[in-house]
Design a protein around this ligand. Structure first.
Ligand SMILES: *Cc1c(COP(=O)(O)O)cnc(C)c1O
Length: 410
């Protein structure tokens, strides 16, 4: 029953899958070009201990990342623990007391509220005397006139900050084309300020990254797109040498920078995950499109719609109440490959304002290129679904979860 349904919608959705497959093809070639141009070798997979000086594999991995992003330099480390940690290093590296951080895509992702000091927190940027301002992200996108006016009258703006994906917010993700418009405007007014992009969930969704259109720095998590479902942990930062020098001083210590940082387990899974990532991202995107289609057909409102062009992995489904949110996440978990016997419950997860429930029956703790669903327990009761290492398996989970939900609400 499930399988014939999956076969049927897969055929029906093939016109929507073909642009995704075209992107996978281009990104597969980009990755292969980077690996061959830089000469990735089996010996690059070996790890190092202690200080990690002269770690050739680490240097090669970072060179591959820089090349793929059209960036001058990269910092790709297992010791960058999460996306939040990567972005924190960027902000603390680039901002000084008296500077202003200007977010132009509304409130940043929840876990950054404590980092910035939007939610008071010891050690936040605000604690260090960094000011924060925010422009709301309109339904029509970025308010360019307002941005131009702000930059022209406030010379303290040191970092213009954009979040590519929608996170937990009710907004559209940014396309790389829109990011280019921001770069052009910001450069024409204040050439000296840094443009920083939270790139989480955006990598390989298009055939270019924000750094290809002139952004100074992009950062994100290896538990998402670029880890390819294999990287066991880690984060990355790519950008200009000028910016990376300041960020690396914060990563380890001033004067030492990125020269240290061992990876005792070795680098193979980081290379192999990156190699697979374009395909895994394509599978996740197809899963999102098909999920949107199935839930819309069942009468739920979904965002984006199945037909909409994709700029990140996230599929939102609007449910009716907290009970339905909990049921949905529990059903996804129940049909996942790992920990299917676990019943997720809402909890006060560190870094989030509302209680959050998460279904994460994957191989890597918190790995969200694997099929995962999460939701803050607050109106409008949207659940955020992302990942699915490969389409067929993810769709088995999703069709079963949908059926169980429809049965329960009958
Ligand atoms: C996941 C995510 C982050 C960082 O989250 P971590 O759990 O710290 O890796 C930041 N911004 C966005 C938009 C995200 O999706």
């Amino acid at each position: 029953m499930h399988l014939s349904k999956i076969k049927e919608i897969t055929e029906r959705l093939s016109p929507l899958f073909s642009p995704i497959e075209a992107t996978v093809l281009i990104n597969a070639e980009r990755v292969l070009n980077a690996f061959t141009k830089l000469g990735v070798r089996e010996s690059d997979f070996h790890g190092t201990s202690g200080y990690g000086y002269d770690d050739a594999g680490r240097a090669k991995l970072e060179a591959v990342y820089a090349h793929l992003f059209g960036a001058e330099q990269a910092l790709v480390r297992s010791s960058i623990l999460t996306g939040t940690h990567a972005i924190t290093l960027v902000l603390f590296g680039l901002l000084r007391p008296g500077d202003t951080l200007l977010s132009i895509t509304g409130a940043p992702y929840d876990t950054l509220h404590g980092v910035i000091g939007i939610r008071p927190q010891t050690g936040s940027l605000q604690d260090w005397g960094v000011k924060y301002e925010q422009m709301e992200f309109l339904a029509t996108g970025i308010d360019f006139a307002d941005l131009g006016a702000k930059l022209a009258k406030d010379p303290s703006v040191r970092v213009v900050y954009l979040q590519r994906s929608r996170g937990y917010a009710e907004r559209s993700p940014l396309s790389v084309a829109e990011i280019k418009q921001v770069v052009d405007l910001v450069r024409s007014i204040t050439p000296q300020c840094y443009i920083v992009v939270d790139n989480c969930y955006g990598e390989f969704v298009e055939t270019m990254e924000p750094t290809h259109v002139g952004v100074d720095v992009c950062a994100g998590s290896l538990l998402k797109n670029l880890g390819g479902g294999l990287a066991p942990t880690g984060g990355y930062i790519v950008g200009t040498s000028l910016a990376l020098k300041a960020i690396e001083a914060r990563y380890s210590a001033p004067g030492i920078g990125g020269e240290i940082g061992p990876n005792p387990e070795g680098h193979r899974l980081y290379f192999q995950g990156l190699f697979l990532a374009p395909k895994m991202v394509g599978e996740a995107l197809k899963t999102s499109v098909a999920t949107a289609y199935l839930f819309a057909e069942a009468g739920f409102s979904v965002f984006p719609s199945p037909e909409a062009p994709r700029h990140d992995l996230i599929q939102t489904i609007r449910l009716q109440d907290p009970e339905q949110v909990i049921l949905f996440c529990q059903q996804i978990q129940a049909f996942s490959p790992v920990d299917s016997n676990v019943r997720p419950e809402p909890w006060a997860m560190p870094g989030y304002d509302a209680q959050v429930i998460m279904a994460a029956g994957g191989f890597i703790q918190g790995g969200s290129l694997e099929l995962s669903a999460d939701a803050p327990l607050r109106p409008p009761y949207d659940v955020f679904l992302q990942g699915g290492l490969y389409y067929e398996s993810a769709m088995v989970t999703i069709t079963r979860a949908l059926d169980a939900m429809l049965m329960a609400t009958k």
